[in-house]
Structures are given as structure tokens and as C-alpha cells.
Write a protein that binds this ligand. Structure first.
Ligand code: SF4
Length: 228
């Protein structure tokens, strides 16, 4: 079987800010729910968050949303600063975190420009560990194992392997897949949208992080008609 390289596309033209992805991620990964007092102590944990921006002024105000999760960077700034290699890259392009190696220095969180790493101060088995999005690696592992044992091919976009956020998004703003498979939906989107006139871009790519999440710009038709 060819080595997979996992990636995600986030189509900002489809995201309506409903936050279903945030709740799905919380449920799948047992992320602690926060009370107001936790917020006040800056202990919020959200492996995926939906940032909201307002454009224009009343009454012509528009809301824009951008879901942000770990970008699974090829040149991940969190990895070289971990003194115990708890943050590392696996052979499928995922930036993963070994919980029982983490000694809690939090260098990784400080070095991540996307602010997607969270230190869990709650009742963890270890006295606090760094946590983050893994593209639901537990689903990837389980599906691959099932496919091997039962002898079936994993279909592109199968719900069994998709991260919880992707399955929960009813506008299909989030697309997950194997970028090493040229026939996958994500590869086809990348081929089209990473061209010069495409909508694709990477968050803060000037840092040289080489993220594996591709964002597609929102299509703003009003700007087109105004320019006539
Ligand atoms: S579930 Fe989809 S539409 Fe809703 S906030 Fe998340 S990405 Fe946007």
C-alpha cells in the first residue's frame, strides 16, 4: 500500500460559522468543556476554533469565518523546540504528540504561530500535558487496521477515516484526504486551486512552515459588481 500523506482543505466560501466542527471535535476527542471561570483563568481548550471577522460598517456589515486547527506543517516550528521529542512528525505527514513523553515545558505552544496547542490543566493522568488536533489519528489508525484485517480498500472521503470536524460540517467546507493519491478529492482541489489564479493559500506561509491545510479564499461577488 502506498504511503499516505494526509491533508485538509478549508473552503472559506462554504463556512457559515455554525461551529458544529468545534462541538464534534470536542465530543470525539473528549476535550474538557469550559465554564466561565475557566475562561477567566485563560484555560480554554479548543483543538479547532472558528474565528469571526466583521467587514464593513452598519448597515453593510458582513461576517466572515475562518476555522483554524493544527496545520500539520511539514516544517513544524513546535517540533525542534521539544526537549523530549513529544511533538514529532509521523510517516503519514501528521504532526503528532506523544502524551506520556510530554514534561510540560510548553515550548511548543509558544513556538506555534497558529496558537493551536493547549496545555491541559484538568484531571489528566499525568500532571498536565500538551494537547492538539491530530486529524483524529485514532480514526485513521482504526480504519487502516480494519481495512487490513478485513481486506477492503479505504474509499476517499470515507466517514470512518474523516476527522470528526469534517463529518460534522454540513456545508462540506472541510475536506480531508490523502494528498499522495492523485485521484483523491483533496488532490484534485489542490491541483486546481494552487494554480496562480486559484483560491488556495496557506496561513502565514511567509514563516516557511509548509502547512498541510490549504485554505480557499471566500468568493466576494459584491466586490466584482462594485468594480464595474
Ligand atoms: S461545521 Fe463547517 S460551516 Fe460550521 S463552522 Fe465548522 S467549517 Fe464552518
Amino acid at each position: 500500500m502506498k504511503q499516505s500523506k494526509w491533508g485538509m482543505v478549508v473552503d472559506l466560501d462554504k463556512c457559515n460559522g455554525c461551529q458544529a466542527c468545534v462541538v464534534a471535535c470536542q465530543s470525539e476527542n473528549n476535550i474538557p468543556l469550559q465554564k466561565k471561570s475557566d475562561y477567566d483563568e485563560n484555560r480554554v481548550i479548543q483543538w479547532i476554533r472558528v474565528e469571526r471577522y466583521w467587514e464593513g460598517s452598519f448597515p453593510d456589515v458582513k461576517a466572515k469565518f475562518i476555522p483554524i486547527m493544527c496545520q500539520h506543517c511539514d516544517e513544524a516550528p513546535c517540533e525542534p523546540v521539544c526537549p523530549v521529542y513529544a511533538s514529532y512528525h509521523n510517516n503519514e505527514g501528521l504532526n503528532v504528540q506523544v502524551y506520556n513523553r510530554c514534561i510540560g515545558t510548553r515550548f511548543c505552544a509558544n513556538n506555534c504561530p497558529y496558537q493551536v496547542r493547549f496545555f491541559n490543566f484538568w484531571e489528566a493522568e499525568w500532571p498536565g500535558i500538551m494537547e492538539k488536533c491530530t486529524f483524529c489519528v485514532q480514526k485513521i489508525r482504526r480504519t487502516k487496521r480494519d481495512a487490513k484485517v478485513n481486506g477492503f480498500e479505504i474509499e476517499d472521503g470515507a466517514r470512518e477515516i474523516n476527522p470528526a470536524c469534517v463529518n460534522s460540517c454540513n456545508t462540506e467546507a472541510l475536506i480531508f484526504g490523502d494528498m499522495n493519491n492523485p485521484e483523491s478529492k483533496i488532490s484534485r482541489i489542490k491541483a486546481k486551486e494552487e494554480k496562480k489564479d486559484g483560491r488556495g493559500y496557506h496561513l502565514m506561509e511567509h514563516y516557511g512552515t509548509s502547512p498541510n491545510v490549504l485554505y480557499l479564499k471566500k468568493v466576494d461577488n459584491s466586490k466584482k459588481s462594485h468594480s464595474h
